[in-house]
Design a protein around this ligand. Structure first.
Ligand code: F6R
Length: 364
């Protein structure tokens, strides 16, 4: 049941710290600070290329995974939505591998991608939440997200658990490919082990996020912006908002603003910026400043070091824990999911059963 929560989605949002802890404990050793992956159907050190395939939010977890794997393991990654991959006749490399991501493990387009990838000689690893699902059974290997049953149609805890698994895979691949030292592995593992505690701190921002939701609920259109690994999270924020509040939202790479979307900016369109400090902060901040100069209403999520600089032009700034690049997308994902949840509640929509949507999409 829902316990004391109004909706399954609210309950599942509050399960984030526990689910992230359960998932990370499967693949990280807190004593040795090493990644412990199950036996993989391919050797990450020997594959020339990796293909990631998924649908919806699961694809966005894959898109974040692509940034991480390319950065930490220097392995070329191609990530695509399954409905495109299955029909675009991709030139698959010999000895290549693929990762399929799915909560249900039953999504029709991704099952078709699975067949195509295996026929193309790729070794397929699936990242699934349902161990007995078709995808888990028909793949060459499976890594489980330990999110428990997800009832709300909009994915929340399963999505962040997918991110947690992708982070562990990225570190593991980095080690196998000798791109990361034991010291790097220890440092990254330690940071990931702090994610559950930090997720709880994000949930404590509930009142501030609810205030932001009251502003967003009045809008007809909303933009989400992010750079690097936060770009897919901007897309996730827009997807969740559309899906459960029916407000039109778009996610963009912050650097793409001036190539078109900035024409939409006026004082009616909230711009939700995902802007943690780090090497990309100045770039994103300057994109946001340009939008603010054109009357845009900037609402930013950042960390303690970003609050000062962003407050100079942003209407609202919400501070999340200061973390590294493997954790920031996870924490920002929780923040944008919570935002979409509160907007939907204010709008009075059917949060757990959005119109026209099904939990498991088993038809093309
Ligand atoms: C969005 C959402 C969907 C699913 C997508 C894939 O909130 O829940 O976009 O992520 O339908 O479903 P699975 O992960 O079951 O393959």
């Amino acid at each position: 049941g829902k316990g004391n929560y109004r909706h399954f989605m609210e309950k599942e949002l509050h399960e984030h710290p526990a689910v992230l802890g359960d998932t990370l404990r499967q693949y990280l050793d807190p004593k040795t600070l090493e990644v412990r992956l199950p036996r993989l159907p391919f050797d990450p050190a020997r594959i020339p290329r990796l293909t990631i395939s998924a649908c919806g939010s699961a694809f966005l977890a894959g898109a974040v995974g692509r940034y991480w794997i390319e950065q930490l393991a220097r392995l070329p990654v191609d990530a695509d939505v399954a409905s495109e991959l299955r029909y675009r006749n991709p030139p698959l490399v010999e000895g290549g591998a693929a990762i399929l991501i799915s909560q249900s493990g039953e999504t029709a387009d991704n099952m078709a991608a699975l067949k195509l990838l295996r026929q193309g000689g790729q070794k397929v690893l699936s990242v699934v939440n349902v161990p007995e699902s078709s995808m888990a059974r028909e793949s060459d290997g499976a890594v489980l997200t330990v999110a428990g049953p997800e009832i709300g149609v909009a994915s929340t805890k399963a999505f962040t658990a997918q991110l947690a698994v992708m982070a562990c895979l990225a570190i593991g691949f980095g080690r196998s490919r000798r791109e990361l030292s034991t010291i790097d592995e220890g440092r990254l593992t330690q940071a990931l082990l702090e994610v559950p505690g930090n997720a709880a701190l994000v949930l404590e921002k509930d009142a501030q996020i609810r205030e932001l939701a009251a502003e967003v609920a009045k809008a007809r259109d909303v933009l989400f912006l992010g750079r690097g690994s936060l770009y897919p999270i901007a897309l996730e924020g827009a997807l969740k908002l559309k899906e459960i509040s029916y407000i039109h939202a778009e996610g963009y790479a912050a650097g793409e603003m001036k190539h078109g979307p900035i024409a939409l900016i006026d004082n009616l369109v909230p711009v939700i910026a995902l802007c943690p400090t780090g090497p990309l902060f100045e770039k994103t901040a300057s994109n946001l400043q340009e939008a603010a100069a054109r009357g845009g209403r900037i609402m930013a999520f950042t960390d303690a070091d970003g609050v000062g600089p962003l407050s100079r032009f942003a209407e609202r700034v919400i501070e999340l824990p200061k973390v590294g690049d493997l954790s920031a997308p996870i924490l920002h994902a929780i923040a944008v999911q919570l935002l979409a949840y509160h907007v939907a509640v204010l709008k009075g929509t059917d949060v757990d059963q959005p119109r026209n949507l099904a939990k498991s999409v088993t038809v093309e």
